[in-house]
Design a protein around this ligand. Structure first.
Ligand code: PHE
Length: 328
């Protein structure tokens, strides 16, 4: 075999031939040398050492034959330098990704709210009806619990909407409940995360989007505090000349409830809902509604991001099109 290998290497006329001979004898998977190595296991213990030495000698002589041929053919061998390689040419820069515009927005919002003393809290995206509805004062027969308006999980043990079912959370207000269940007041948190609703996608709707929930609970918290926090937030995020307006509204978990509009670029734009935490919610989490008061708000993150950056179609944010995303 050794002679055969040497001959083959000597006869290799070009680097292509050399490579095929190399594979034939030295190939890591099917090379002849590998075959011999495999047979080592079957050799008697006493003979194995001698056989091993012979195998090594054979290996290095075949390797030598390969390297000599490689040198003769000028490059292509293990030590040879590829003649087409020009080290003075500029390299190809690997493309770096960057942070998604919505993640950038989330970081920015956390930073602004952090300066006002709000720390970030998180909750699961798969929720139970207690946290998404019941504790938020949304009763069993409320239309917001309709299976057609929510993504109930078919893997849950119970029927959609009933106790024991599970759904993708439809609002980040779930996190209010989770935080108050675990922590005593005072509370000052925001929660930024995904929510899911079965809306047909268009320029302003997408079945998944993000909300920024805020919750402030303490003694003597008033609606004036709510308005101040939201005004300071809006001027920080959208600019100094932004104004804020509350319009009366209704949410089961706040009383009174308002829609929050910001005046920006010549128009009033709705960014979300807010209100004073309903006493029923405090009772559900074991707080005494006579002891504490609080406000809560929920703003649309995409809406904030799109206004600030002049994005007109929410679907662009989730298309994965780098020509769009790389602008941010
Ligand atoms: N959860 C409400 C929504 O998704 C927004 C909201 C949050 C309203 C907190 C009041 C208080 O529409």
């Amino acid at each position: 075999l050794e002679g055969e290998a040497k001959d083959a290497f000597e006869n290799a006329a070009d680097s292509e031939a050399l490579e095929s001979v190399r594979v034939q004898f030295l190939g890591a998977k099917k090379g002849a040398l590998k075959d011999v190595q495999k047979q080592m296991g079957g050799i008697d213990k006493d003979d194995r050492k001698a056989a091993g030495m012979r195998l090594n000698a054979f290996k290095s002589s075949v390797q030598d034959a390969f390297e000599q041929t490689a040198a003769r053919l000028g490059g292509g061998g293990s030590d040879g330098v590829d003649p087409t390689f020009d080290p003075t040419l500029p390299g190809v820069r690997p493309e770096l990704g960057h942070v998604h515009p919505i993640t950038q927005t989330i970081n920015h919002l956390m930073e602004i709210m952090g300066r006002m003393g709000f720390s970030a809290a998180e909750g699961p995206e798969v929720e139970d009806p207690w946290h998404n509805f019941v504790a938020l004062n949304i009763p069993e027969d409320h239309p917001a619990r309709d299976p057609l308006d929510n993504f109930y999980l078919s893997t849950a043990e119970a029927a959609a909407g009933s106790e024991g079912s599970q759904l993708l959370r439809s609002q980040t207000s779930t996190v209010q409940i989770r935080v108050m269940e675990k922590q005593a007041p005072p509370i000052r948190i925001i929660s930024l995360g995904r929510v899911y609703r079965p809306d047909a996608p268009d320029a302003t709707h997408f079945p998944m989007f993000h909300q920024m929930e805020g919750l402030y609970v303490d003694k003597h918290v008033t609606m004036a505090n709510l308005k101040t926090v939201l005004r300071v937030f809006a001027t920080n995020y959208l600019g100094d000349d932004v104004e804020i307006r509350f319009r009366p509204s209704f949410f089961p978990f706040t009383e009174p409830s308002v829609e929050v509009d910001f005046y920006w670029n010549g128009a009033w734009i709705e960014f979300g809902g807010a209100g004073m935490v309903d006493p029923a919610v405090f009772s559900a989490v074991g707080y005494d509604p006579d002891e504490v008061s609080g406000f809560a708000f929920g703003l649309g993150v995409e809406r904030l991001c799109m206004r600030r950056h002049g994005i007109t179609d929410i679907r662009d944010l989730y298309s994965g099109d780098l020509r769009f995303l790389s602008q941010f």
